[in-house]
Ligand binder design. Structure first.
Ligand SMILES: *[C@@H]1O[C@H](CO)[C@@H](O)[C@H](O)[C@H]1NC(C)=O
Ligand SMILES: *[C@@H]1O[C@H](CO)[C@@H](O)[C@H](O)[C@H]1NC(C)=O
Ligand SMILES: *[C@@H]1O[C@H](CO)[C@@H](O)[C@H](O)[C@H]1NC(C)=O
Length: 284
């Protein structure tokens, strides 16, 4: 058993090598993109030139993604992420199950979290019992919906996403993926532990309007729920009436220009789960 674990450990070491190399070439002033300012939000060169910051630090693979820039719109999974309840705490997400400091031959981490923590997707079974019973878990989500052109829009800051707010956004027919940036981003809510239930999200009539008047199949938002707290259940129920809408919640949309991007979201294949952590990136 120990030998098997050890060889698994060595395999992981090998897999990690390129990443380690990338980290090693990162200079002190060149912090992890998740924690630095706007300039560090992207990887790859500025369009047209190499950029001032040696942006190749994440690898030479420009041509591998069409010469675009990668923008990570996933929040780091931290122990102090906000929870969907005022004052709730999360505790450690990743902890060492076995530790070399405690005499083990290897370090082995364990992950423990709710499936709706941090940046995550909701599957139709989240608030629709028939869909849950039909097995519409995160493993059945359509990768073609989760990956493709997406519009990042700014919602007017004085309102929740009502029918009126939706209408005023003038999202063209044919647009299938929209990331809604709101007051939540301005307030930095995802960086505040404990949860703030006054966050902005869809009201029931806003969700109705989207379903009835647009072709949107992927709805992304910048806090823990696409639906406002007050309308949490009714708005989700509207989105999940048909099983073809995917909700992506708690996206990190700071310091990115509104506009059209290629979106890539890859949830984990958690069989039986109605939610999953997801890594989402934009390519401009
Ligand atoms: C190491 O062992 C001590 C004592 O059993 C325990 O308190 C500590 O949490 C362990 N640390 C790790 C990283 O496993
Ligand atoms: C193993 O985990 C300990 C913390 O228990 C850490 O100090 C040490 O650097 C880790 N070793 C490796 C090889 O990652
Ligand atoms: C959005 O709705 C919540 C209730 O769910 C409320 O607390 C908040 O003030 C509203 N925000 C705006 C900008 O209207």
């Amino acid at each position: 058993m120990a030998a098997a674990a050890l060889s698994l450990f060595l395999l992981f070491q090998l897999l990690l090598l390129p990443a380690r190399h990338a980290l090693a070439t990162t200079t002190a002033g060149d912090a992890h993109p998740g924690y630095a300012g706007a300039e560090a939000e992207t990887c790859g060169p500025e369009p047209g030139n190499g950029g001032p910051m040696g942006r190749r630090r994440h690898g030479p693979a420009l041509e591998e993604y069409g010469g675009g820039r990668i923008v990570d719109i996933t929040h780091p999974y931290r122990a102090d992420l906000p929870a969907f309840a005022t004052g709730a705490t999360i505790g450690p997400l990743v902890r060492l199950k076995d530790s070399m400091l405690n005499g083990s031959e290897y370090n082995l981490s364990e992950l423990r979290m709710e499936c709706h923590l941090g940046t995550h997707v909701d599957a139709p079974g989240h608030m629709n019992q028939a869909h849950f019973a039909a097995g519409l878990d995160v493993d059945t989500l359509d990768l073609a919906t989760l990956n493709g052109p997406a519009l990042l829009v700014d919602v007017q800051r004085h309102t929740n996403i009502t029918a009126e707010a939706m209408e005023s956004l003038n999202i063209p027919k044919g647009v299938r993926r929209v990331l809604f940036r709101t007051l939540n981003t301005d307030k930095g809510l995802m960086w505040k532990a404990g949860g703030d239930m006054s966050f902005v999200g869809f009201t029931k009539d806003g969700a109705d309007w989207l379903v009835d008047n647009t072709d949107i199949k992927l709805v992304g938002l910048d806090y823990l729920s696409v639906a406002s707290f007050e309308h949490s259940v009714p708005a989700h129920v509207v989105f999940f009436k048909n099983a073809d809408i995917i909700l992506v919640e708690a996206l990190k949309l700071d310091n990115i220009k509104a506009g059209l991007y290629m979106l890539h979201c890859l949830p984990l294949r958690l069989v039986g789960s109605e939610g999953s952590p997801v890594r989402c990136i934009l390519i401009k």
